[in-house]
Design a protein around this ligand. Sequence first.
Ligand code: ATP
Ligand code: MG
Length: 246
Amino acid sequence: MSLGNADNAVQLQNVWFSYEGRNHALQDISLNIKSGSSTVIVGSSGSGKTTLLKIINGLLKPQQGSVRVFGIDISDEQKRIVRRSIGYIPQQLGLLRNSTVLQNVLVGGLARMGSASAILGIYPEHEIKHAMRCIEQVGIGHKTHERVHRLSGGERQRVAIARALMQKPSIILADEFTSDLDYVTAHEMLDLMGEIRRNGVTLILVTHNLELAAQHGEKIVFLKGGMKIAESHSKDVTEETMKTLV
Ligand SMILES: Nc1ncnc2c1ncn2[C@@H]1O[C@H](COP(=O)(O)OP(=O)(O)OP(=O)(O)O)[C@@H](O)[C@H]1O
Ligand SMILES: [Mg+2]
């Protein structure tokens, strides 16, 4: 979708967030993410990575500070349009285990197709074709009609990526989506994300895996205790530095 040609896909300014009655989960975060770039967010468990992604896609609203996506403040009424441009792959993937790959991927297009498709499960022919293209793109065309609970971990990740692609996103946020995968599959998944990025999608990935972060992100953002403690070009960061930071 077209949301103008803003240089920054995401711009956070002095964002503060706390869950009700809790200490700050995010403290004074300012962050610019360039359109078409690939950013990896690293930090130990509880450092605020998931919270940060949810702030970016508007699932959570900061108590202070502003969030702009392609230059549009997501707190105003255009929020829905902006949110549609963000494909979100949650930490637990959020797939319908008893539904087929195709049914899961079609869910990614529901915001565009409207409530009749959602309720009746009837989809326009061109949307089904698009879903099948997304499934092919992630390399599991042969599993299109397989139920998700019968797939391997890596294949499920691919379904989640295809569902995000179905949205025709400008940005993809992926939360720890390599964490349950073996080394080879994790790299395959990140190579696939690299390919998606070359098609112009801005990527924001969260990981615990420092090595993957260094290899696949252009920029690395370090979180600790809800604060952004550093931000660096991945080529300037050695694994030793990362270990001391996280
Ligand atoms: N729904 C919630 N209600 C209250 N507190 C929460 C909630 N979700 C997260 N928190 C708290 O906010 C802080 C940041 O959590 P967050 O899930 O963003 O961390 P994370 O870096 O994604 O951790 P992990 O690597 O374990 O996924 C933690 O202290 C956590 O306990
Ligand atoms: Mg998390």
